[in-house]
Design a protein around this ligand. Structure first.
Ligand code: FES
Length: 145
């Protein structure tokens, strides 16, 4: 027999909502709310890290490489909406590229793919790109001796 719910004892429903303050494009908000390639690769071939000492935000980026191509890429970002969105986008752009092609990805390219970032948030896009670059340098150090 199903239990009857007492209307008075029901916990209030907590609704989470994040609204766009108007400074971000829909693409930025989408990648912030639903980041792609989020997480960690336990047996990564290389790891890159980049941080901003001013705001304290930090990006970790993990690579799996096969035949000189980025087969898998994941990130963990402790940071602002722009840092998370650009981390998500940089992983989308880099996935499937050769190491050399991935090295050429710029933070401006990442921001453009997101439909732009407010000028005061452009520095946030540097973190993800720098973490990718550092991961590739780590890959070179470990695998191309
Ligand atoms: S405010 Fe720190 S990366 Fe955006």
């Amino acid at each position: 027999m199903a239990k009857e719910k007492k209307s008075g004892s029901k916990k209030p429903e907590v609704k989470q909502s994040v609204t766009n303050s108007g400074i971000y494009t829909d693409e930025v908000m989408d990648h912030f709310m639903h980041p792609h390639n989020l997480g960690e690769i336990k047996d990564a071939d290389a790891v890159g890290e980049a941080g901003n000492p001013v705001c304290g935000d930090i990006v970790y980026l993990y690579l799996k490489v096969k035949d000189n191509k980025i087969k898998d890429i994941k990130f963990k970002t402790l940071g602002c909406a722009a840092a998370i969105a650009t981390s998500s986008m940089v992983t989308d752009i880099a996935k499937g590229k050769t190491i050399e092609e991935a090295l050429k990805i710029t933070n401006n390219e990442v921001a453009e793919e997101l439909g732009g970032l407010p000028s005061i948030k452009m520095h946030c896009s540097v973190l993800a790109q720098q973490a990718l670059k550092n991961a590739i340098e780590d890959y070179y150090k470990k695998h191309l001796k």
